[in-house]
Design a protein around this ligand. Structure first.
Ligand code: FES
Length: 147
């Protein structure tokens, strides 16, 4: 069996929604301390809290590119609340899997989305449950993968 699914290769070769949004309503930047990869996510959000546009830049490995690309597709048109519920597991499933040692790359995508939503909340003075972002300050992202 190939190490990477066709979907992973497709999103790696032709990543969707690459770039940045100048007047973004929320920007999230996260990094993985171990591999040094960095991901930045830009969200455009309308008055109904629907994500109307999303772009990303990733300075990272192929799996980070593929997972962030898939994550942008999964949250476009969704509400910020729904975007917060996006788990790295859902991104990995949508890509038909990732090798175990690459799962942490998908965590970066999940965290970037959540960091961008948090930034949107902060900018607009929208109250949120800090518990939802409790793990955002932790440096060690690998622990979240779990399996
Ligand atoms: Fe760092 Fe993939 S190796 S995000």
């Amino acid at each position: 069996m190939a190490l990477y699914s066709e979907k992973v290769m497709d999103h790696f070769r032709n990543p969707r929604n690459v770039g940045q949004i100048e007047d973004a309503d929320g920007i999230g930047e996260v990094g993985n301390a171990k591999c040094g990869d960095i991901m930045r996510m830009y969200l455009k959000i309308d008055e109904n809290q629907v994500i109307t546009d999303v772009k990303f830049n990733t300075f990272g490995c192929g799996s980070a590119i593929a997972t962030s690309s898939m994550a942008t597709e999964l949250i476009k048109g969704k509400t910020v609340k729904e975007a917060l519920e996006l788990s790295n597991k859902a991104v990995v499933e949508a890509l038909d899997g990732l090798p175990v040692h690459k799962l942490h790359c998908s965590v970066l995508a999940e965290q970037a989305v959540r960091a961008a939503v948090k930034d949107y909340y902060d900018r607009n003075g929208i109250a949120y449950d800090p518990e939802d972002f409790r793990d955002m300050d932790e440096e060690e992202l690998h622990e979240h993968v779990g399996h």
